[in-house]
Design a protein around this ligand. Structure first.
Ligand SMILES: N[C@@H](CCC(=O)N[C@@H](CS)C(=O)NCC(=O)O)C(=O)O
Length: 361
């Protein structure tokens, strides 16, 4: 028997939510608990006369949940509704072996209360809200910029995982105190703020997202493949993208030189993508997200500045990938509008705007 994660989640959320949300989670938890109630009926432990795997797994219900429910005044596993489960909880938590191995109840209450009073609320822990209301959901904020390929990568990773988040648009010409506080070293977007804790650098953020949230994997499971994915994204950010930028924004002889360098880099990508739909295989992965820039941004800019580089005849595989990628419905929905981007770059070109985050012409 499996103590299902939905049950644990619903119980936990019922503790830390209020109002309608609490009711919804409470109802969901009750449905799951009823199965346990009937499973434990007539038995001392889920394992029979002795503690077994299911009892160990149900630890959370017997101790953690009970303590947190008491702390927040939630009535759920009541004697009248769940007599067998309550009996098991008592037997279990009072058996000398278990008692010795559970965290101290008062210490647990103190921990929950401290979290409750903390300004930033951690995942699934409550946040102080005006009239002592509690909220549950982990807070995810993304400081980004609509036109930034780095910030879009992270948004796509969050969306691939189905993570709800609040997007905070930064004005990069007038950076907010929040950005300077959360990314004092680079002062750049994106910054992911998860339960008040900031993480900067898009590739590091994506790895974090992949580790923290369930859902489709963004990095490969195989350690060697993972290492290779990391290799390619480092290559993209540190070598290939700067070379493409330089080729776009230079002129004359300088451009020819930069173009040759960019072509050399692109050839490696051309052979890496050969025979594959995405760099990640059949599905979009870390390298595809990182190569965002090539598929969308670079194409727009190179058209505007009259640079022919990733052509169908010279880079057939890469061109095919770029087409497939930007036309996949998920990606399409998450890229900045082509015309808006073009207008943005056109204005920069006309104004000879050599801002920090755009290369000098
Ligand atoms: N290596 C960083 C690059 C981020 C980056 O360059 N962000 C640009 C926007 S596209 C930025 O914030 N620029 C502001 C500045 O340079 O002052 C990452 O991967 O997150």
């Amino acid at each position: 028997m499996k103590i299902c994660p939905q049950c644990v989640r619903a119980m936990w959320r019922a503790c830390w939510c209020t109002g309608e949300e609490r009711e919804k989670n409470r109802d969901e938890a009750i449905v799951h608990l009823k199965f346990l109630e009937s499973e434990i009926k007539g038995k001392k432990f889920f394992g029979g006369d002795t503690i077994g795997l299911v009892d160990l797994a149900a630890n959370f219900i017997a101790h953690w949940f009970r303590v947190s429910a008491e702390s927040v005044g939630l009535e759920l596993m009541t004697e009248d509704k769940f007599p067998n489960l309550r009996k098991w909880v008592d037997e279990y938590t009072n058996s000398s072996f278990v008692k010795e191995n559970l965290p101290d109840k008062d210490k647990m209450v103190a921990l929950y209360m401290a979290r409750y009073q903390a300004p930033d609320g951690t995942k699934y822990f409550p946040k102080n809200k005006g009239n002592q209301e509690l909220i549950v959901m982990a807070e995810v904020k993304l400081l980004g910029a609509w036109g930034s390929p780095f910030s879009r990568r992270v948004e796509m990773a969050l969306k691939l995982k189905g993570v709800e988040y609040e997007f905070i648009e930064e004005d990069l010409n007038n950076k907010s105190p929040l950005l300077l506080k959360y990314n004092p070293i680079h002062k750049k977007v994106p910054v992911l703020v998860h339960n008040g804790k900031p993480i900067a650098e898009s590739l590091i953020i994506i790895e974090y997202i992949d580790e923290v949230w369930e859902g489709p994997s963004i990095l490969p499971h195989d350690p060697y493949e993972r290492a290779m994915a990391r290799f390619w994204v480092k290559f993209l950010d540190e070598k290939c993208m700067p070379a493409l930028w330089k080729a776009c924004w230079s002129k004359g002889e300088e451009r020819e030189k930069n173009k040759d360098e960019a072509i050399e880099d692109l050839k490696f990508l051309e052979s890496e993508i050969k025979g594959k739909k995405f760099f990640g295989g059949d599905t979009i992965g870390l390298v595809d997200l990182a190569a965002n820039f090539i598929a969308h941004w670079f194409r727009i800019i190179s058209e505007l500045v009259g640079l022919e580089l990733i052509t169908d005849d010279k880079f057939p595989n890469l061109s095919k990938w770029a087409d497939e990628y930007i036309n996949s419905s998920f990606v399409k929905e998450n890229l900045p509008d082509r015309d808006k981007m073009a207008a943005f770059f056109r204005a920069r070109i006309q104004a000879h705007d050599e801002t920090k985050y755009f290369p000098k012409v």
